[in-house]
Design a protein around this ligand. Sequence first.
Ligand SMILES: *Cc1c(COP(=O)(O)O)cnc(C)c1O
Length: 949
Amino acid sequence: MRTDAFALRHIGPRETDLQHMLKTIGVESIEQLVYETLPDDIRLKAPLNLDPAMTEYEFANHIQELGKKNKVFKSYIGLGYHPTIVPAPIQRNIFENPGWYTAYTPYQAEIAQGRLEAILNFQTTVIELTGMEIANASLLDEGTAAAEAMALLFDVRTRDQKKNNTNKFFVSEEILPQTLSILQTRSTPIGIELVVGNHETFDFSNEFFGAILQYPGKYGQVNDYSAFVAKAKENEIKVAFAADILSLAALTSPGEMGAAVVVGTTQRFGVPMGYGGPHAAFFATKDEYKRSMPGRIIGVSIDVNGNRALRMALGTREQHIKREKATSNICTAQVLLAVMAGMYAVYHGPKGLQYIAGKVHASAVTAAEALNKLGVYQTNTAYFDTILVKADAQKVKAIAEKNEVNFFYVDADTISISFNETTSIADINQIIAIFAEALGKESFTVSELTASSQLPASLERTSSFLTHDVFNNHHSESQIMRYIKKLERKDLSLNHSMISLGSCTMKLNAASEMLPLSMPNWNSIHPFAPVEQAEGYITMLKKLEEQLNVITGFAGTTLQPNSGAQGEYAGLMAIRAYHLSRNEGHRNVCLIPSSAHGTNPASAAMAGMKIIVTKTTPEGNIDVEDLREKAIEHKDDLSCLMVTYPSTHGVFESSIIEITKLIHDNGGLVYMDGANMNAQVGLTNPATIGADVCHLNLHKTFAIPHGGGGPGVGPICVNEKLVPFLPTNPILKVGGEQAITAISSAPYGSALVCLISYGYITMMGAEGLKSATEHAILNANYMKARFEGHYPILYTGECGRAAHEMILDCRSFKENGIEVGDIAKRLMDYGFHAPTVSFPVAGTLMIEPTESEDLAELDRFCDALISIRKEIEASTADDKNNVLKNAPHTLAMLTTDSWDFPYTREKAAYPLEYIAENKFWPSVRRVDDAYGDRNLICSCAPIEAYMEN
Ligand SMILES: *Cc1c(COP(=O)(O)O)cnc(C)c1O
């Protein structure tokens, strides 16, 4: 028997465990279990048509070879992406460390204080550099962050501007091209009219509710926008800035100029370009807009002992709650990358950032002066890192590429050159030589950077930033290494124990899949580099698209969306374009079952659709009669149905074929939310159930790590009808024949992490993938069998089987005074992260073990929950002082001299035997959410600042 197959490493249960597991479930074989789980009429008849699986070693060689087809040229392209130096301790201790990259979104604050602090550092960095009052924990990229800024200003316009009937948004022509394309996509369906123009000739007409400026402009021009903002204010027009984060260490902040919102990317803070992503965008605004702010915010609060404790703030403003009233659908963001960027600021500190900004600026000025000597005219009147020069683009391009250098060629005689942290004197001399050769002139060299500045005197930054200790005490490697370790130790990640997040599929993120991310040939390519230089990437991305086509049964895939929710939006926009192309643009009704994930209605609202919610039956299935009624009632303007399959309740509904047919018969298309694809791969697929489009969460089903809340990749896969409408990019043409405008900034979204899913599929192969699905179903049903008699399971299929996840009903424990949240906190004492709490049904836990967990780990988790069940039994309705209510228990509690709880220390911390040898200590006691929301603080403030008086 072969033992080198990757599937054997990825899938948890061992061959020898199978009999016991099957017997516990009460089936003869996995085949029988699958037969009882999945309706017959949707079963795939043939194996997936994929290449034979590679071993890990074969894949390592393959990806190395393929990487050689990417040409790493010196990049001066700019446009929001810059070469950067990833500090080695950050690369080794965060980027390549499963303690950081396998963490879940920090909903369980007591076991997430490390990354919460790291994100707080990120927020502080953003707040102080932009000069704003509040910032969020990251967004997907600069372009979509700009669209979120537009949406926020549109949302608040009626509140304090009394601009009920204004719908015009001014966009400076200095905006990055990809940002403009996204603004076009996002404005149209919600009725915003974009007006692109020159900010100096803008007429400040009353019809505008807002404006967005680029600072510095797309080709480097630095403008003083103070007068613009002041004039806008007089006319009740709110101004957003898209700003370069590094430039803000040298330039007056947008906040000081009166900005209402500031967005941008933090890529150049030590996050590799990766052919477009992933990178953390930032979003900063004024305190008064905090309730309209997209994404998540980390805030400071206290635990039950009054100690400082961090947690996600203002939970009630999440899209899950707002649903169809949402203005944003952000769920997954870019947490891992935000952690890296925040740590870059910690490592360099204010002086380091000023030094880097100064050096980058000096490189630009030095090059401009040298080129001037050659007779090359530089046209920006003031600039930070980018110069715009006049020269024969064709000639320069040929010579530059021969020298492995990329500039950005604006037109036939204009070239933009963007400098960065890696630029050396030798690089500047190479640039001089390239232009000299193009002009047929004698070249010369410079030997040092100039001291002169081309920043306008009026815009030189005078305000201080990053004065907090954390940014000033971690500048040696020992300090930063220990600081990162200190934070990491506070967090429970997949390298400690299973994280059974229902719907979120926290499976193994294998090291073999992750390794290529560190290779320069993969991570150092600019997304707008000439495609000939990215042959390795194009080959890999096309191959991944084909693999996903095969897996979903569809005809085309775009990898552009950077999250599942963004995939939803892309899919709905493709559906919209399809109806428009058939002169049926009036079709805008979107049917959504009430059990849907909150992002579904939020995405539909952003796509300008009218949302009709349909009922679910008491068994948790779609109420087909209600759906039929509504589909028929709206048949003249039906756009689509959004359906999750298997359902959000973890059941393969047998009526799915009838449901999709019903929608088609009434002129609509079917959008399948593919978050639960882990129960389908190799057994059935969206095309077979009759869907027209689905998104996949590569960060769930296809092994990209969760990163503590991102990165994500949410490709959409579509049938022939929708292929023509897949999104494009304004600089590198991708997508369909009648492509919609951009969904995200980079042509292929977060291309770097697509390597992970490519690796996963390539090493698993058809058989391995199918086996993974079967084992995911096996593990879920094994746990379900173990819970029998202890916890009621909500909703199962017709044969009493779960699919890949199950819901434990905890509502009746109210009689014992126990809430589902108490169980979640008590699980920490047992060394486990809670499953999904109160989704899709309030008062329940949704458990998804995935195929990666082995029998022993499943048993430990089941033992823990069963033991907790006994503790619940011992609790009474008005008992406020017991082992559940006081959970989690910290080491500090256990080791104080006085112990006055009505149970032993051992029961508190070591309730089961397995715990002792691998104890995980929560670092704070239970966190008070309400306190933090009343006293919202989202940056590294001193403790006095949040004491309630
Ligand atoms: C995770 C999830 C989404 C959203 O995906 P993000 O990447 O977080 O935007 C949508 N629907 C369901 C059912 C999900 O589980």
